[in-house]
Design a protein around this ligand. Structure first.
Ligand code: CTP
Length: 403
């Protein structure tokens, strides 16, 4: 099934990347080191999916190889990470390639970054640190003629069978963020969990250690929820993967409501994951410290709670007050949880209404600054909402009539 795509694999990569790879291949031959495409790029190449980043694993020291590459025309090292012995090289001013040294890893405690050792080891050792069989496939680049798939764990069979399979029983307890990666690949590739992998996932989630750090899990959630796929939240709930974040019973939502409200409120791709964090946490009495949310994110959750607790109203002034100055994420989450049409009314009819009169204007009219100012501003607002006054002059005339 894959022979054709392997033999012509360079033709699946755009011309510029292809030229850049040829530069790497010829440098590796000259330098005398084996280099491999490995992980996501091989998986996606075989599945004929769009290719994202180009990652090359060097069976040796990737930084030294990058330096050798830099001695060639049009190659520039743009980043180096000494501790992991990785380097990023820009080729022909436009193609960035990440080079990693082969390495082994051991987990000193669950959820934290593993300790790397034995840099430059055989590829057969490097692949053992990876998450799923479908991510262990490699293509040796400096092989003359044909490109063959190197497959130590039966990843090709799993790719054929559309299965997500971990490499060893401790995989999820070593790195629980792999649970989110599993659901990510399931949804992204439309694959299934291999039975034993699913059982191990469930076993881990049943006796989950609620003190594991959440940094890596947050990173994976962000990547998961930025996918353009249906029922992402449902998968998180149905697989119990949400338990990585909270052991509170979670709210179910109708995901189609997200599409409905997105016609009115747009979010950047970066913000998107946080709506789901709101759904997970809006019912919790306190936000888990481990999530390390910043004050803006905490405020968004608090704001959403307050809107949910507010009494239902049919008064446009109250509607305005409820939704004005709220973060888009809070508004979006609120709508999905309530489908309150008042929010649509606010967006369509009320949100641009603004009091133009300032405190200085009131002082100029002879008033002394006091709490009464806020009452006046509210009265102006009501007048704008209910009686349609628009200009600042009309507002000032109205204030004078009050005095
Ligand atoms: N990996 C892992 N465990 C993790 C994260 C990554 O074992 N928690 C391994 C996987 O084998 C993966 C490789 O590191 O193939 C590179 O990680 P990343 O770039 O995140 O994975 P991709 O498979 O390329 O994912 P994506 O397509 O989303 O970029």
């Amino acid at each position: 099934m894959y022979t054709n795509s392997i033999n012509s694999f360079l033709s699946h990569i755009n011309k510029l990347s292809c030229n850049a790879l040829e530069v790497c291949i010829s440098a590796a031959k000259e330098y005398g080191v084996n280099i491999y495409l490995i992980g996501g790029i091989v998986r996606d190449l075989l599945l004929e999916k769009e290719l994202k980043d180009i990652d090359i694993t060097v069976e040796g020291n990737a930084i030294e190889f990058a330096k050798f590459l830099e001695s060639k025309k049009n190659c520039k090292i743009i980043a180096v990470q000494e501790n992991l012995k990785t380097a990023k090289v820009r080729i022909h001013d436009c193609i960035d390639i990440d080079f990693a040294s082969t390495r082994e890893e051991k987990y000193l405690s669950p959820g934290v970054m593993p300790e790397a050792y034995n840099f430059g080891c055989d590829l057969s050792k490097d692949v053992k640190r990876r998450d799923f069989t479908i991510n262990t496939l490699a293509i040796k680049l400096n092989e003359p003629g044909e490109y063959n798939i190197i497959d130590y764990f039966g990843g090709l069979q799993d790719l054929n069978d559309c299965k997500i399979r971990i490499l060893h029983p401790k995989s999820f307890s070593d790195d629980p963020s792999r649970i989110i990666r599993a659901i990510k690949f399931k949804k992204r590739l439309d694959f299934e969990y291999e039975t034993n992998t699913y059982t191990l996932m469930q076993n881990y989630l049943k006796q989950i250690n609620q003190s594991i750090p959440l940094e890596r899990i947050k990173h994976e959630l962000c990547s998961y929820f930025s996918m353009n796929k249906n029922n992402l939240y449902k998968e998180l709930i149905n697989t119990n993967a949400y338990k990585l974040i909270t052991d509170n019973p979670v709210i179910k939502i109708e995901e189609s409501n997200i599409c409905k409200i997105k016609k009115y409120i747009s979010l950047s791709k970066k913000e998107q994951w946080f709506i789901y964090i709101i759904f997970l946490l809006v019912n919790c009495s306190s936000i888990p410290q481990r999530l390390n949310l910043d004050s803006k994110q905490k405020k968004i959750i608090q704001e959403t709670k307050e809107m949910l607790e507010a009494e239902k109203t049919f008064d446009n002034f109250e509607i305005y007050k409820l939704f004005k100055d709220k973060n888009n994420l809070s508004l979006l989450a609120y709508y999905v949880l309530t489908t309150d049409e008042n929010l649509i009314k606010f967006i369509e009819e009320l949100k641009d209404i603004q009091v133009l009169t300032t405190g200085h204007d009131l002082i100029a009219l002879g008033l002394k600054p006091s709490e009464y100012f806020n009452k006046i501003f509210d009265k102006i607002l009501k007048e704008k909402i209910f009686n349609g006054i628009k200009t600042k002059n009309e507002e000032l005339e109205f204030v004078k009539s009050l005095l």
